[in-house]
Write a new protein. Structure first.
Length: 222
């Protein structure tokens, strides 16, 4: 019953016109890490300075990502965020996971949540760079992406628990959804002069899972 409840939060209602391509699409947003929050931004700069020094490369701007899905019957925001007691139930939570370590995950401050938020908003969207980027106008692809949201993996945030070669974070979640829904990931790059830590982890995990399922029938355009 719980799984069905989460799935329904991210499943648009039936009975409406599902065949209007003008009303359908998936948009990707790149947001500077720590936009609107000095603490996160400072930590991100320190992390990138250390990572760049170890890799012997220039430091780059860091970005995290979010999606906005448009369908004739509604608009949905897909993102990950900290769990806050002040947030209302309408934010469309479809999953939760621990931050840093599993043993600390019983505390609210050490947990993150996955949101598929009908009529939601992306915090600090005004600071997004080279955004929005339209990934598809296909309503069936957009619908498939929404249907996959409750199945998102929820490993430990900030750790490489799935052995994908880098830490799991918000970029991993968005990359996983894009890849599993059959959208092209080859041409997606962060804004010029920046990088998106965790992105490749999402692609790698999606590829592994796809190899263990039977090929799906191609999704036609309406």
């Amino acid at each position: 019953m719980a799984a069905e409840s989460k799935r329904s939060q991210c499943t648009p209602p039936t009975g409406t016109d599902l065949c209007s391509p003008q009303s359908a699409g998936v948009d990707l947003y790149w947001l500077p890490l720590g936009a609107g929050g000095h603490f996160v931004r400072l930590n991100g700069r320190i992390y990138e300075a250390v990572a760049a020094r170890l890799a012997r490369r220039p430091a780059l701007d860091l970005y995290h990502s979010a999606l906005e899905v448009h369908l004739p019957e509604g608009r949905f925001v897909i993102e990950s965020a900290p769990i806050r007691a002040s947030d209302g139930p309408e934010r469309g939570v479809v999953g939760e996971g621990p931050v840093g370590s599993r043993w600390a995950g019983w505390l609210r401050i050490f947990r993150y949540e996955l949101r598929c938020w009908r009529n939601g908003r992306i915090p600090d969207v005004s600071e997004a760079v080279e955004s929005p980027r339209r990934l598809t106008d296909d309503p069936e692809r957009a619908r498939k992406l929404l249907e996959l949201a409750p199945s998102l993996p929820t490993p430990v945030w900030g750790r490489d628990e799935l052995h994908a070669g880098e830490m799991w974070n918000s970029n991993s979640i968005i990359a996983w959804l894009i890849a599993r829904s059959g959208l092209d990931t080859e041409a997606i790059q962060p804004p010029h002069g920046g990088r998106a830590p965790g992105w490749n982890a999402g692609l790698i995990v999606a590829q592994r899972q796809q190899q263990h399922v039977l090929p799906a029938a191609p999704i036609g355009r309406i």
